[in-house]
Design a protein around this ligand. Structure first.
Ligand code: KIV
Length: 308
C-alpha cells in the first residue's frame, strides 16, 4: 500500500529533479480522488474560505474551520502527506499560541505539517514549530491573508527591492527549518532564482516553470464553481461545474415530469402483508408491481383508511 511521503523524501525529490505535485483538497471526496489520482501532497488550504465557504478573502477562515476540513481530508487520503494552513492571525500572537494552534492541525486534524504565510517576520514562529516536531511549509510572494496590506491580488517581486526581500524571506524560512516554501504569484525568473538558492523544495502557484513543484486549487483545475476560473496561472483539466449543473437540472426536470423515480427505484411489498395492513382491495401498484407514477395516486396513507 502507498505510504505518505515524508519531508525527507520531498527534499530528495528536489535533489533528483523530480517535480512535486500538490493539490488542495478540503473534504473526504476531494482528498480521496486526489489520492487515487496519485498526488504527492495534499494542501488543505485556507483557500477553502473562497472555494468552499464562499467568502471574498481567506481572512474569515477560523482555526476550527481548518481543523474540521483537515480531519475530513485526512479521512479521505490516509496515505498521502497532508499540509494544513494555519489561518489568519493564528500564528502572530506569540510562540505559545502558534504552537497550540499548529498542534491542533496535527492532533485533531490529522495533518502531517502546517503552512504559514510570511517570511523573515515569522521565522521565529517557524523555528518554534520545527523545534516542537511540527514540520512547516512556508509561503511567500502573494500571501492572501495579507491581501489588504498588499493592496490586492498582484504579482509580487517585480521591483528590485521587493525581489531582494523575497530572496531574504526564503532564506530566513529555510534557516528557520521550513521543509518547503510556496511561491505564489511571483515572476518566473525570481522564482527560479529562489529555487536554485535553496536546498528545500519550492512549490509554485503562478510562479512559472522554475519551481521544484506546483500547487493548484482543486476547484480551479476542475472548474468546480470556482471564482478564479479566469486566472492566467490556472490550467483547467475538466469542467465538472457544467457536468454537475447539467446533471442537477436533469434531475429537477425528471422530478417535475415524474420521470423519476421509476419502479426500479422503489421498494415492493409482499401482497399478503399489504392485505393484512390495508385489508382487501389493494392495487398492484401499492405492492410495488406497477410503474411508480401509476402507483402514486392509488396509495393512501394507512391512517387514510385503506387502499383505493
Ligand atoms: O490556501 C491555499 O490554497 C494556498 C495555495 C493556493 C498555495 O495557500
Amino acid at each position: 500500500m502507498k505510504q505518505p511521503l515524508t519531508i525527507t523524501k520531498l527534499k530528495k525529490m528536489k535533489q533528483s529533479g523530480e517535480p512535486i505535485s500538490v493539490l488542495t483538497a478540503y473534504d473526504y471526496p476531494s482528498a480521496k480522488l486526489a489520492e487515487e489520482a496519485g498526488i504527492d501532497v495534499i494542501l488543505v488550504g485556507d483557500s477553502l474560505g473562497n472555494v468552499v465557504l464562499g467568502y471574498d478573502t481567506t481572512i474569515p477562515v477560523t482555526l476550527d474551520d481548518m481543523v474540521y476540513h483537515t480531519r475530513a481530508t485526512a479521512r479521505g487520503a490516509a496515505n498521502t502527506f497532508i499540509v494544513a494552513d494555519l489561518p489568519f492571525m493564528t500564528y502572530h500572537l506569540g510562540k505559545e499560541t502558534t504552537l497550540r494552534n499548529a498542534a491542533r492541525l496535527l492532533q485533531e486534524g490529522g495533518a502531517h505539517a502546517v503552512k504559514m504565510e510570511g517570511g523573515i517576520d515569522i521565522a521565529d514562529e517557524v523555528a518554534a514549530c520545527v523545534r516542537a516536531g511540527i514540520p512547516v511549509m512556508g509561503h511567500i510572494g502573494l500571501t492572501p491573508q495579507s491581501v489588504h496590506q498588499l493592496g490586492g491580488y498582484k504579482v509580487q517581486g517585480k521591483l528590485e527591492r521587493e525581489a531582494q526581500q523575497l530572496i531574504e524571506d526564503a532564506k530566513a524560512l529555510e534557516a528557520a527549518g521550513a521543509f518547503s516554501i510556496v511561491l505564489e504569484l511571483v515572476t518566473e525568473p525570481l522564482a527560479e532564482a529562489i529555487s536554485s538558492a535553496l536546498s528545500i523544495p519550492t512549490i509554485g502557484i503562478g510562479a512559472g516553470r522554475g519551481c521544484d513543484g506546483q500547487v493548484l486549487v482543486y476547484h480551479d483545475i476542475l472548474q468546480y464553481a470556482s471564482p478564479y476560473r479566469e486566472k492566467r496561472f490556472v490550467k483547467t483539466y475538466a469542467d465538472i461545474g457544467t457536468t454537475i449543473r447539467d446533471a442537477i437540472s436533469s434531475y429537477v426536470s425528471d422530478v417535475k415530469s415524474r420521470e423519476f423515480p421509476q419502479q426500479a427505484h422503489a421498494f415492493p411489498m409482499e401482497q399478503e402483508l399489504l392485505r393484512q395492513l390495508y385489508g382487501s382491495g389493494k392495487s398492484e401498484a401499492a405492492a410495488g408491481q406497477s410503474p411508480q407514477h401509476d402507483a402514486r395516486p392509488a396509495v393512501e396513507s394507512p391512517k387514510g383508511g385503506g387502499v383505493s
